[in-house]
Design a protein. Structure first.
Length: 386
């Protein structure tokens, strides 16, 4: 059971972005060199953040845009003991036309609601979350993502945490929503392509009936050990398997282009129905663009497929392309997959953006996000100039 806003009860206040209170910093910081900021051990965030508190009896407090800084939590806060926290990840883009854009934020907001319901936290309305995202970008965007840096981005992280200071496994009666914005290293272009190592036999990232479809912290922390070990062997991410089914590449959705045994060319990715994988916004966009613009060239399929199918396609010369798709990695071509003692080498098409299908989708999405073309998925955010 989730915690929907009970609008019929006047004492339980819904989140209201129209009442956002602005408390501007009196100690603005200098904007660092982006390359240095991305390489730092600590994420460098902008001058401000947005915060609102929730109580089961009274609802949401007035949201506030305030100076970026530490949160105050009791040592017994629910999120510190029972993983009652969820988050989203999205980017704001500085276009080549000088404008700031956000991309399909309605899907990030809807997914945050789903994730919060999965762990019994309050679920703010989609439109209110979108307005708060726009507000933070509007205030800090001009300074921290200046027009002099077209083709760049900042990362946004809306987060909801359970804060009831009570030990005991129960739905938290207190929570905090906060939104921060900061630097993230661009990782979408890897010389020679992304290299994946299939997950260890004794380990799965998600399972049917679990929470692999939700963006909760418990979905990611346990995967770090396998990713670390893969990195020591020269691999960039884990290709997570579930009973031989290919699910995700690290925290990104995984796509394959191959020729089926009947000779038809197919773009395939894992389905959403069993809730093993995340309903990625980039995944959704890849599929929609492919169906709109490539339906006459290849089949676009969401279905279960196995590592054995990949091995067979590779052995018979039918494996054409593969790529990871997500907010962090954007569209990254995959060149190599190692499964136990088998190595799968995948063509890159002689270019850094991958084969024909991969490069086309990456180009279309990049054009939309960075304003080379006008598209309803990318919304311009007016900038508040100090």
């Amino acid at each position: 059971m989730g915690f929907e806003n009970k609008e019929q009860d006047a004492t339980v206040r819904p989140l209201d972005a129209s009442k956002l209170k602005y408390t501007f910093t009196t100690s603005p910081r200098d904007v660092p060199n982006p390359t240095i900021a991305c390489a730092a051990d600590e994420t460098v965030c902008t001058d401000h953040m947005i915060q609102a508190e929730w109580n089961a009896a009274t609802g949401w407090s007035t949201p506030e845009l305030k100076p970026y800084g530490a949160l105050s939590l009791m040592p017994t806060a629910s999120c510190l003991h029972y993983a009652t926290e969820c988050f989203e990840g999205l980017k704001v883009y500085r276009g080549y036309d000088g404008k700031l854009r956000l991309f399909r934020t309605e899907h990030n907001a809807a997914r945050l609601r789903m994730s919060s319901n999965r762990i019994s936290l309050p679920s703010p309305e989609i439109e209110q979350l979108q307005e708060l995202l726009h507000a933070l970008v509007s205030v800090d965007g001009a300074k921290w993502l200046p027009e002099s840096q077209p083709g760049s981005f900042l990362y946004l992280r809306p987060t909801i945490i359970g804060t009831q200071p009570t030990l005991g496994l129960r739905a938290s009666k207190n929570a905090i929503l906060y939104i921060i914005m900061g630097y993230m290293a661009p990782v979408g272009t890897i010389p020679g392509g992304m290299k994946l190592l299939t997950s260890p036999e004794h380990m799965v990232r998600s399972w049917i009936g679990g929470f692999g479809h939700a963006k909760v912290g418990a979905n990611y922390g346990p995967s770090v050990a396998a990713s670390h070990d893969a990195g020591k062997d020269g691999f960039h991410q884990i290709l997570w398997l579930y009973e031989k089914e290919c699910t995700e590449a690290g925290g990104s959705n995984f796509f394959v282009v191959w020729r089926r045994e009947d000779g038809k060319k197919e773009l395939v990715t894992a389905p959403l129905g069993d809730r093993l994988i995340l309903d990625g916004v980039t995944r959704r966009s890849c599929l929609e663009l492919a169906r709109e613009r490539m339906a006459d060239q290849l089949e676009i399929t969401e279905r279960k497929f196995t590592i054995d199918e990949l091995l067979d396609a590779h052995a018979n010369g039918r494996l054409l392309e593969a790529f990871a798709a997500g907010t962090a990695w954007f569209i990254t071509p995959v060149s190599h997959i190692r499964h136990r003692d088998h190595d799968i080498h995948i063509p890159l098409g002689g270019q850094s953006d991958g084969g024909e299908v991969t490069a086309a989708i990456k180009g279309w999405l990049g054009d939309i996000k960075y304003g080379r073309v006008e598209h309803p998925w990318a919304v311009v955010v007016p900038e508040r100039i100090a």
